[in-house]
Design a protein around this ligand. Structure first.
Ligand SMILES: *Cc1c(COP(=O)(O)O)cnc(C)c1O
Ligand SMILES: [Zn+2]
Length: 412
């Protein structure tokens, strides 16, 4: 592929061709980053091209993605999710401009559809027969969806904490599901071993650099939806760190191509019980494993697989990292739903919880614009949502008298 210069190791710098490795460095095992020939891309891609493009999904940016083709996939719309501007909520919080990117509007209800789409397109280009993944649900759901109508067998390794709705989605799309009696990290390792042994194409987060590229499109859309500008601050929920590093790369790509000038500050929000990247950022060290425990399953990660590039994104963007408690996440889910109409899964509401914390700390300047990414839909984890509200109400007889007993009726 002409537009790809090489796949470069983020740790030792070794450059690989696309034939040499699709996953990690063949010298040191570090993650790979895809480098592009921006001069070549610039010849055919700029915002005039985009403005004339009426294909409103993530493939409008295919010139900046590491694949050529994507036509075989099911017709579901991945990307071009709404970016809401919420002036009333901004005012209430005391900030100047607030945007919410609602990724729950993707076909399987999460931002993972973007990464999976690129990974599936890549697997098709390689002629893979089987594609595999490990995830607590969202990444696998999206993979299962996007391969559902293809001749590409999909084998999914799920950890014990996978919420039932996410599990049901997998079976609905017809994936082969392997439920692991263990954590996400256990599922990840087994998926990697099986993929190496059987030659399956592995989509796993962090490990597969093609998936990360798909996340760039979320950043591209934010810029396009803001009329070719980036917000001052972008808050993302962080588990493995792929969304954070992918979106930062997206802003960087647009900057390199002259599409945006100002770069945003990237802000990583983690759950207190799963904060390996935040710890590393604060201690100025490499990421080390934690014993993850949080209600937010999509960011429950012991060892983050994309920590290197995530920390680099924080560094380069002059960003920051913070964590929020499960209690704050549950409160944020409820508040977000009631103030904006957006029903987020716990990992989706994490960014709103983080925003409230930053506002309290005075970390947002008066004139700054802030965008928060809501990564997943609340219907994907009803068990967690039920913790935020009281659904214990008993049935009442269908009579007006019964209604009056509830004390709702005011006399005129
Ligand atoms: C995967 C996911 C995240 C975390 O993304 P990482 O790339 O693992 O950091 C956050 N929110 C939702 C909804 C997700 O599905
Ligand atoms: Zn290396």
């Amino acid at each position: 592929m002409k537009k790809i210069l090489n796949l470069q190791c983020v740790q030792c710098g070794k450059e690989h061709t696309t034939r040499e490795s699709d996953y990690v460095c063949n010298s040191c095992g570090g993650n790979l980053e895809i480098n592009y020939d921006y001069k070549l891309i610039n010849k055919r891609f700029d915002y005039d091209v985009l403005e004339k493009n009426d294909n409103y999904n993530m493939w409008r940016y295919v010139d900046l993605l590491p694949v050529e083709e994507h036509k075989e996939m099911p017709p579901v719309q991945v990307g071009w999710t709404p970016l809401y501007r919420l002036d009333d909520l901004a005012k209430e919080l005391g900030i100047s401009k607030l945007y919410i990117k609602d990724e729950g509007r993707n076909p399987t209800g999460s931002i993972k559809d973007r990464g999976s789409a690129v990974a599936v397109a890549r697997a098709l280009e390689l002629g893979a027969k089987v594609i595999t993944d490990a995830s607590s649900g969202n990444a696998s759901d999206s993979l299962a969806c996007l391969t559902s109508s293809l001749d590409l067998k999909t084998v999914i390794f799920t950890p014990k904490n996978t919420p039932i709705p996410k599990l049901v989605q997998l079976y609905m799309y017809g994936a082969q599901v392997i439920r692991i009696d263990g954590t996400y990290d256990d599922a990840f390792e087994l998926c990697k071993a099986a993929s190496a042994k059987y030659g399956w194409y592995n989509r796993a987060a962090g490990f597969n650099p093609f998936g990360r590229e798909g996340k760039k499109t979320c950043a591209f859309e934010i810029c396009e939806q803001m009329q070719w500008e980036a917000p001052d601050k972008v808050l993302v929920a962080v588990g493995d760190g792929t969304i954070l590093s992918g979106m930062w790369k997206g802003f960087t790509d647009f900057n390199k191509l002259g599409i945006i000038e100002k770069m945003p500050q990237m802000i990583a929000v983690q759950a207190e019980g799963s904060a390996a990247i935040k710890n590393a950022w604060e201690n100025k060290t490499e990421a080390t494993a934690v014993q993850a425990s949080t209600i937010a399953d999509s960011i429950s990660v012991n060892y983050p697989r994309d920590a290197y590039l995530a920390l680099q994104a924080l560094q380069e963007s002059n960003g920051m990292a913070l964590s929020v408690s499960d209690e704050e996440i549950i409160t944020a889910m409820k508040e977000l739903a009631r103030k904006t109409g957006i029903f987020a899964e716990p990992s989706g509401a994490v960014t709103y919880a983080g925003l409230k914390k930053l506002v309290e700390q005075g970390a947002i300047k008066k004139d700054e614009s802030v965008a928060i990414v809501v990564g997943g839909n609340g219907l994907k984890d009803i068990g967690a949502a039920a913790k935020a509200v009281d659904i214990s109400q008993v049935f009442v007889k269908p009579t007006l008298e019964e209604i009056e007993k509830l004390g709702l009726v005011k006399e005129k």
